[in-house]
Design a protein. Structure first.
Length: 202
């Protein structure tokens, strides 16, 4: 049986969502997620985001605050229909999936990822919300997407966008391949074990 990963699950859901849309969104410019403001409304440009540099990262001890793995009790049986549960469990007999993680099966450009991280960080305490579905796009830029996953199937799950940016920065810092590319990865939003953040190819 093939081994499925958390990132595979996110990409599978994105493919399902994309097939329902008539026109695919462009991925060569910053696209905020639903309900998030535009760069123009913030008085920012993409160039501003590029020059901001990385978000201040937390110590490893602070990041361990998050639950370190998903258990079979947490991931709802209802996700079996899309093979999501199997993907989150990372294999035929697995009952846990380790978080945080990097996925060497998927590569994406670092520049787009950092622009999205800085965009979310610039939103500060504004909520980044996933409501009524398993995965929500939070930002896409230049071949990279930051996604949020509602792993416990709650009605709504949210964190401040700056806490989402902290998780995304961990992925960026730890899943790099070289100066231009990185692997996909996942981590919980800072302080919130209900909201799984991933950086995936757009």
């Amino acid at each position: 049986m093939a081994k499925f990963s958390i990132i595979s699950a996110v990409l599978a859901l994105l493919a399902v969502g994309a097939s329902a849309s008539a026109l695919p969104a462009p991925v060569d410019e910053l696209i905020p997620g639903p309900g998030l403001p535009s760069l123009e409304s913030l008085g920012l440009t993409r160039k501003d985001l590029l020059t901001m540099g990385p978000v201040k990262s937390l110590s490893p001890v602070a990041l361990i605050y998050h639950p370190p793995f998903l258990t079979s009790a947490i991931v709802p049986e209802s996700y079996n229909a899309h093979r999501i549960r199997g993907a989150l469990m990372s294999g035929k007999r697995a009952n846990t999936a380790t978080i945080p993680t990097c996925e060497d099966n998927y590569e994406l450009p670092k520049a787009g990822a950092q622009v999205c991280i800085n965009f979310l960080s610039a939103l500060g305490s504004k909520p980044c919300v996933v409501t009524g579905k398993f995965v929500q796009q939070m930002c896409t830029d230049n071949g990279a997407s930051i996604m949020g996953a509602n792993i416990k199937n709650l009605a709504t799950v949210q964190s401040s966008c700056s806490d989402v940016a902290i998780a995304a920065q961990w992925i960026f810092d730890n899943c790099g391949l070289d100066t231009t590319n990185m692997n996909a990865g996942a981590h919980f939003a800072h302080g919130n074990g209900d909201l799984l953040i991933s950086i995936v190819p757009a």
